[in-house]
Design a protein around this ligand. Structure first.
Ligand code: PBG
Ligand code: ZN
Length: 318
């Protein structure tokens, strides 16, 4: 076997899995209250952008070859219903408009569709008697997705794990004339400790309880397949497994079973762990990042939502 490992060129010739810039989706946080950028302490190198600096970042990403982003908004004002999530003048809606005005189809603008950054209690839906009310939440998620589509989003990514959210969103998009807006469904999103740094970044930690009544139990890979099958039936164009690294087996099963365009979300905690170890000098940052991204593709993901996108693009050939 060592004949095929003798030189870098031979190794490249026989390489089975490659990561390219076109596979990477960079999540970006945009905060309504900001006039200038603020670093996110729990996620070294990541930034909460103001509306005006977001545009510059998107152009920089595009110039480096990262053409896809996933937007997360942080509103100045939260309420019980998360009403700023579907406000046509909301921070995400304004961001989409300005990005699309600047970059048109040179960028794929995806948006996270959820209420947790917008609700005062921090849960992903409308809360009644201490629990997230499924069907009342559907309408708000649909309104949110339509408001993003109206602003020009290319794809909407519902992440609330509310039953029927993909069907509700597909129906509302079609009814409002947005038949070309696609849905990237966070189909198998697990209740995970690896979301910790994100919740600090986006001020979206639930005030009471946890998300286990809607996000998946990570001990249930067969149930993950049912979640994905339902989202496909409801009209998902692309599916996602989240998190990625402790879930490579779920990614592998999902790709084998469904053969759909599939994303994996290399989440904030996975990013933070790697950065922390690299900062201590315990691992080599660049090679660890490339190894992680390759592993996620090897498991079967076609695209990777990752906070490493911008830095990794510097190192990738194409
Ligand atoms: C919103 C949402 C979360 C993430 C993506 N969308 C937070 C959560 O569910 O608590 C996590 C992303 C990450 O950790 O990088 N529902
Ligand atoms: Zn949420």
């Amino acid at each position: 076997m060592r004949r095929l490992r003798r030189t870098p060129l031979i190794r490249e010739l026989v390489r089975e899995v490659t990561v390219s810039k076109a596979d990477l989706i960079q999540p970006l946080f945009v905060e309504e209250a900001l006039t200038k950028n603020t670093p996110i302490s729990s996620m070294p190198g990541q930034i909460r952008f103001s509306l005006s600096s977001l545009e510059r970042e998107a152009i920089e990403l595009k110039d480096r070859g990262v053409r896809s982003i996933l937007l997360f908004g942080i509103p100045s004002h939260k309420d019980d219903d998360g009403s700023k999530a579907y406000d046509s003048q909301g921070i995400v809606q304004k961001s989409i408009e300005s990005l699309k005005e600047q970059l048109g189809d040179d960028i794929v603008v995806g948006t996270d569709v959820c209420l947790c950054q917008y609700t005062s209690h921090g849960h992903c839906g409308i809360v009644r008697d201490g629990l997230v009310e499924n069907d009342e939440t559907l309408k708000r998620l649909a309104d949110t997705a339509v408001s993003h589509a109206r602003a020009g989003a290319d794809l909407v990514a519902p992440s609330a794990m509310i039953d029927g959210q993909v069907a509700a969103i597909r129906g509302a998009l079609d009814d409002n004339g947005f038949k070309d807006t696609s849905i990237l469904a966070y189909a198998a999103k697990h209740s995970s400790s690896f979301f910790g740094p994100f919740r600090e970044a986006a001020f979206s930690k639930p005030r009471f309880g946890d998300r286990r009544t809607y996000q998946m139990d990570y001990a249930n890979p067969e149930m993950a397949m049912r979640e994905i099958a339902l989202d496909i039936k409801e009209g998902a164009d692309m599916i996602m497994v989240k998190p990625a690294l402790a879930y490579l087996d779920v990614i592998y099963r999902a790709k084998k079973r469904f053969r759909m365009p599939m994303a994996a979300y290399n989440v904030s905690g996975e990013f933070a762990m790697l950065k922390a170890a690299a900062r201590e000098g315990w691992i080599d940052e660049k090679s660890a990042i490339l190894e992680v991204l390759t592993a996620i593709k090897r498991a079967g993901a076609d695209m990777i939502v990752t906070y490493h996108a911008k830095e990794a693009a510097e190192w990738l050939q194409s």
